[in-house]
Design a protein around this ligand. Structure first.
Ligand code: NAD
Length: 504
């Protein structure tokens, strides 16, 4: 293992691409501007990888993969463990970059990085236990000296495409299991947050990953399409919107049939029953809506509250939101709400609030652009709480992906389960009640990949993550991700000297 020497990036001058083990730039006809959400400034122009560049990088990955795939799983694990160590050693400096990349408050960025280190540690340990199993079997007619075993083999080159809301963590959720299983990876980040996977590349190189096994290309839809259609890419893992997920799945069937993991959007419900502890229910509603400026795929914008407690809940929620949701410079420790990712996205969220007003809803707080002192030009939004809604309104039906909490009164259990499930999405749901039997009963009826009972927006690497319905298919985290990045091979073995046949 080479000595680990990782230096946290100081500026974007050395390029935003990562090929053959190092950060670099490329010659390109087209570029895209890189914004810093915190200040609203353009901080770089990033060259776009065209189809020829995608082909070059995929070939580099394809050449590097066989040796990595044949490296003993314990040696691969050592690299992953070393990355986890380097993340922890450089946590504050890495968190600062994540803030500059994405605009989230620094206390949240630290949490993302700590959980990313845990993800690397988890896959370092899990890979060796998951990748092969043995089974004894008997044929009809009596015991035979036979057994079978299965091997989980890497696909080869994995194409990964990420969203911008958790740029570091999203990449880690794909890269750690894909590498642990012996694949090479070509990663295309969102152009709205292009740096984080490049930093992951530098961490991997410092930890001893061989050159070419992990690479980052940059660009928009065209680059993503070229990656998905490339014949040497054998598996794609995608995080983003439903519309793009459909385009990705189509592209993955074009030149060869690639398996695809799709982690897509959501419109999740949180159901609060009248027997809930109001303070805890308010906490859940805040956790379900205001982390990361509301740019969380599992966010429960639809907060269903049982009719008898609506006034009490609303009053407590408004009081807590006014006291705690401090919007400001995300680099400041006291900030709890940072900057939205860009102007265009902020306008989209403001447009949702406007549409709700026009359809007769009442904005109880927030819902406006704000200009915090010192970062006036950044993309800041005062978190909104809205009532007087109906289930047919645009804001109640479509994914907002912003800090907008909708209060929807309900009468009883059957009615609320029906309304909660009345969406094409199925990413997450939440139930709040002191009656745990009811919590479990409802959990079995809710159509979503995750149900939170008396909490919201917890994640843990041991627990599978992913969607039902249009929120996608396949799972990230836990051993499921190792399954997703491997193909299983069954090997049947006869250990007797002779084999008979059935053609008597
Ligand atoms: P997006 O679909 O616009 O973009 C996602 C990625 O796909 C980006 O890298 C983008 O450049 C690329 N892309 C865009 N068009 C493409 C095409 N035609 N072919 C190939 N690649 C293409 O999504 P976004 O705005 O970056 O992210 C927000 C969405 O992501 C929300 O819907 C959110 O719920 C979802 N999301 C889901 C999860 C999850 O785990 N389920 C996590 C985070 C975000």
């Amino acid at each position: 293992m080479p000595e680990s020497k990782f230096e946290v990036v100081k500026d974007l001058g050395d390029g935003l691409h990562f090929v053959e083990g190092k950060r670099c730039t490329i010659e390109a006809e087209k570029t895209f501007p890189v914004f810093e959400p915190r200040s609203g400034k353009i901080v770089a122009q990033c060259p776009i990888s065209d189809a020829a560049e995608v082909d070059r990088v995929v070939n580099i990955a394809a050449k590097a993969q066989p040796e990595w795939g044949n490296t003993h799983v314990f040696e691969r694990a050592k690299v992953l463990r070393e990355v986890a160590k380097l993340i922890r050693e450089n946590l504050d400096a890495l968190a600062r970059w994540e803030v500059l990349c994405n605009g989230k408050p620094i206390y949240e960025a630290r949490v993302d990085l700590e959980s990313s280190a845990e993800t690397f540690d988890f896959y370092a340990g899990a890979a060796s236990t998951v990748l092969s199993t043995g089974l004894q079997y008997e044929l009809p007619g009596g015991p035979q000296q036979r057994f079978a075993y299965s091997r989980r083999e890497p696909y080869g080159v994995v194409g990964a495409i990420g969203a911008w809301n958790y740029p570091f963590q999203t990449a880690v959720w794909k890269v750690a299991p894909a590498l642990a299983a012996g694949n090479a990876v070509v990663y295309k980040p969102s152009p709205f947050a292009p740096l984080s996977p490049v930093v992951i590349g530098e961490l991997l190189t410092a930890a001893g990953l061989p050159s070419g096994v992990f690479n980052v290309i940059q660009g928009e839809a065209e680059t993503g399409q070229a990656l998905c259609k490339h014949e040497k890419v054998k598996k794609v893992s995608f995080t983003g919107s439903v519309a793009t997920g459909k385009a990705i799945q189509r592209a993955c069937a074009e030149n060869n049939i690639k398996p695809v993991t799709l982690e897509l959007g959501g419109k999740s419900p949180l159901i609060i029953f009248e027997d809930s502890d109001i303070g805890s229910a308010v906490s859940a509603a805040m956790l379900a809506n205001f982390l990361n400026q509301g740019q969380v795929c599992t966010n429960a914008t639809r907060v269903f509250v049982q009719k008898s407690i609506v006034p009490q809940f609303t009053e407590a929620l408004l009081k807590e939101a006014d006291a705690k949701l401090k919007v400001g410079d995300p680099l400041k420790e006291e900030t709890r709400v940072g900057a939205s990712i860009n102007e265009q996205h902020l306008k989209k969220v403001l447009g949702f609030v406007e549409s709700a007003k026009q359809e007769g809803a009442t904005v109880l707080r927030g819902g406006k652009r704000v200009h915090p002192e010192g970062v006036e030009e950044g993309f800041y939004f005062e978190p909104a709480i809205i009532s007087d809604l109906s289930d047919s309104m645009k804001i109640v039906r479509d994914e907002i992906f912003g800090a907008v909490l909708l209060i929807l009164p309900f009468e009883n259990e059957d009615e609320v389960v029906k309304r909660a499930n009345d969406t094409g999405y199925g990413l997450a749901t939440g139930v709040f009640s002191r009656n745990l039997a009811r919590g479990h009963r409802i959990a079995s009826k809710l159509q979503a990949g995750t149900v939170f009972i008396n909490t919201y927006n917890d994640t843990d690497v041991h627990v599978p993550f992913g969607g039902f319905k249009e929120s996608g298919h396949g799972r990230e985290n836990c051993v499921e991700a190792l399954h997703a990045f491997t193909q299983i091979k069954a090997v049947y073995v006869n250990v007797e000297d002779k084999l008979d046949h059935c053609f008597h």
